[in-house]
Design a protein around this ligand. Structure first.
Ligand code: ADP
Ligand code: MG
Length: 293
């Protein structure tokens, strides 16, 4: 790789809205065979909204929303924001919460009006020993089968409701995935979502493979596994939970809309918001490497 060719590549990238942080990145990406994509915030808009609240065991929807909103008051997760916004226009005052506990990739707990409240994924409830009644389990299954997700709310160790959320898939996601396939790249969806929700999204988008139910701490390990199988891996992500995976990949592509730590861990920052920047970044490095050889 001649320094001149690399500099030209970096310059061309800047024009395309592809910010190359280190020149080695441009060389490494010439060999990429697999593109791993985070779901939330990368393939989806990343701003879910609450579609409905389902209750069980006698609590009202307003009560469930008040508890959930209070428990989420210290979380920055997109699910927390969605629940707080939904509650704000519907339940009036939200009670104070204390003794917050956040488990990344699973959910939150807090004490509200002297009661222990938990909000999170079915896996979160399982880890807390909260039994999920059949009606709520069915709500979760239906939500996931239709490409939505659901979090459960528990109070004093008993499930009281489920909150169904929908996060829109970005309009250009399908086309961008097709362009990656045309370029001969394999695509993998990497997400903390359940297997069912991830499979549904992958099928909608035409993504080749799925790694679902991956905790934030497991995302980097999933990348290492793919690399150990002999793939040269580009990872596209935006969240705090993607940072280690972005660093572990042969080529980390951070979405500019993402968190600082994700961008710090990336080799290339996609300044453009459209997903075709991913294929442009890989094409750019391929072209750069061709000029060199
Ligand atoms: P993703 O980026 O795919 O949402 P995360 O690893 O951040 O992945 O979270 C995985 C799942 O854990 C979420 O889909 C949600 O069910 C649950 N979760 C995480 N954080 C929270 C939270 N603050 N409140 C409720 N549920 C949460
Ligand atoms: Mg994300």
């Amino acid at each position: 790789a001649t320094p001149t060719a690399l500099m030209v590549g970096v310059g061309r990238g800047a024009v395309l809205g592809i910010l190359v942080k280190g020149q080695d990145a441009l060389e490494a990406s010439g060999t990429v065979t697999t593109v791993v994509l985070d779901k939330t915030g990368t393939l989806t808009v990343g701003a879910p909204s609450v579609e409905r609240v389902v209750v069980t065991g006698g609590a009202s929807a307003a009560q469930v929303l008040r508890w959930a909103s209070a428990a989420e008051s210290s979380s920055e997760h997109a699910v927390a924001t969605a629940i707080r916004e939904h509650a704000a226009s519907r339940v009036g005052d939200v009670p104070e919460a204390r003794d917050f506990h956040v488990t990344p990739g699973l959910g939150v707990e807090a004490v509200i009006e002297d009661a222990q409240v938990a909000v999170g994924s079915p896996a979160h409830m399982e880890s807390l020993g909260v039994a999920v009644p059949a009606d709520l389990a069915a709500t979760v299954r239906e939500a996931e089968a239709s490409g939505r997700s659901a979090v459960l709310v528990a109070r004093e160790g008993a499930a009281v409701g489920a909150i169904v959320l929908a996060d829109e898939i970005k309009p250009d996601a399908r086309g961008a995935i097709a362009a990656l396939h045309e370029a001969g790249l394999r695509t993998v969806l990497l997400t903390g979502d359940s297997e069912a929700a991830a499979r549904r999204a992958a099928a909608d988008l035409g993504i080749d493979d799925v790694r679902a139910g991956v905790l934030p701490t497991g995302k980097a390990a999933a990348i290492e596994e793919l690399r150990a199988e002999g793939h040269s891996v580009a990872m596209v992500g935006d969240g705090i939970n993607d940072a280690a995976a972005l660093a572990a990949a042969d080529l980390g592509l951070g979405m500019v809309t993402g968190t600082d730590v994700a961008l710090k861990s990336s080799d290339i920052i996609l300044v453009r918001e459209d997903l075709f920047a991913v294929i442009d970044a890989i094409a750019l490095s391929r072209a750069t490497n061709r000029t060199i050889r």
